[in-house]
Write a new protein. Structure first.
Length: 409
């Protein structure tokens, strides 16, 4: 395999294909490779044939950007023991790839999740002398302890907490997608360390499809209603109880209609419980190229989180990227560290897990002059394009990577 001076190791990373537009890590490395330096993305490819054959990875590249997909065991369900097993297999095979190189990388970015990639990064730093960047996209193990999935005294959680702390100590640079991660790092270590925020970004679509394209997928937005929409996964972390309780309390408000666009583990339960409401419509997930057209035809877009400590360190949600790109104002049931929509003045936050506060805010937006709402949404789109394109974020990343690569800026 060809040698690359910069590695980006992330077990869960989407590359562009017929099912995906790609994800943050891919587009950042693509920008860096196109403009400055050759990069290799190392990610996983779950396969039932993961243990067969002599080659356990498929590596390809166009010269500047390489992609190495490591075969790992497939699994179903986030609580499956096979998930942990697949983490271990991935890390062992990444180390095997590193050992086969004639020249090691100069910088390795270990991007969570999996948290075990931190150990691989520390190993490569010690053995090959390369610099280590620890990139935090999800604060583990806090994410699974504050939600009640695991207790902090669980041996597995204790181990992951040790890995997290070790990573914060040993990394040459800490990068986070959330704006207040530095406070968490200081709490874990007992002393402050510099943390650079490189958040989620926007990959502009080639074109925004018109309303007819959305209707091809059976999507109809009520034209005579004030339409509030949620688009995304329907699971426990999405905290949609507040949304549905608010909709239930507003069933008598015939001029307000609620859309739920997406799929997830809790969708059948919500359909059973709230599917009879006259002011709620469930819509199956639509292709990304049709989503923007659909969101543009709504009056207000909604997101929510649980009232947990995780959000104290901020958020950088893909959902808000899609929302703000549509030019539609946003309201969030969110009690965490504020960012994005407050910076753009394109929406508001209300207290998380408070249906009444959400109801009052929806009615306030409904009474607002349509021109004022439109101006709010436009500000969000303009702010996003001015601050969150992957071209700009890659430039920010490159600035902090240069000293680690020994490049004079």
């Amino acid at each position: 395999m060809k040698n690359y001076p910069l590695w980006y190791v992330s077990k869960y990373l989407q590359t562009p294909d017929h099912n995906s537009n790609g994800a943050r890590g891919y587009w950042l490395m693509q920008e860096i490779a196109d403009r400055w330096l050759q990069c290799m993305i190392v990610t996983s490819d779950p396969s039932p044939n993961w243990h067969k054959g002599e080659s356990h990875a498929a590596c390809s590249g166009d010269g500047q950007l390489g992609v190495c997909k490591v075969l790992t065991p497939p699994f179903q369900g986030s609580g499956s023991w096979l998930r942990i097993f697949s983490w271990i297999v991935f890390e062992l095979r990444v180390r095997r790839i590193a050992k086969s190189l004639s020249e090691p990388p100069r910088v390795v970015i270990a991007s969570s999740l999996s948290l075990l990639s931190v150990l691989t990064g520390i190993w490569m730093r010690r053995v090959y002398g390369c610099a280590l960047v620890l990139e935090v996209r999800d604060i583990w193990p806090m994410t699974i302890t504050v939600g009640g999935s695991f207790r902090t005294w669980h041996p597995g959680i204790q181990f992951l907490a040790w890995v997290e702390k070790l990573g914060y100590r040993k990394a040459d640079l800490i990068v986070g997608t959330m704006p207040n991660l530095g406070e968490h790092v200081a709490n874990v270590l007992g002393y402050p360390r510099e943390v650079v925020c490189i958040p989620m970004g926007v990959k502009m679509p080639d074109s925004l499809e018109d309303d007819c394209q959305s209707r091809k997928h059976g999507v109809e937005v009520p034209l005579d209603k004030f339409v509030v929409a949620y688009a995304g996964s329907v699971g426990i972390d999405n905290a949609l109880d507040t949304y549905f309780q608010c909709a239930e309390s507003m069933e008598g408000e015939s001029s307000v209609h609620f859309l739920v666009i997406g799929e997830g583990d809790l969708l059948p339960m919500y359909r059973r419980k709230y599917g009879q409401l006259r002011n709620v419509t469930f819509i199956a997930a639509v292709p990304q190229e049709s989503l923007q057209s659909l969101l543009t035809r709504c009056d207000l877009l909604y997101f929510s989180t649980l009232k947990t400590k995780t959000w104290h360190y901020g958020q950088s949600l893909n959902k808000l990227i899609d929302y703000m790109l549509s030019g539609t104002p946003v309201v969030g049931s969110y009690s965490g560290y504020p960012s994005m929509i407050n910076e753009a003045s394109s929406g508001t936050f209300v207290e998380a897990e408070n249906p009444k506060a959400l109801r009052d805010e929806i009615l306030r937006y409904q009474e607002m002059d349509p021109k004022t709402r439109k101006e709010m949404g436009t500000r969000g789109r303009e702010w996003l394009l001015a601050n969150r394109t992957y071209s700009q974020l890659a430039e920010d990343y490159w600035q902090v990577l240069q000293p680690l690569l020994g490049i004079q800026s």
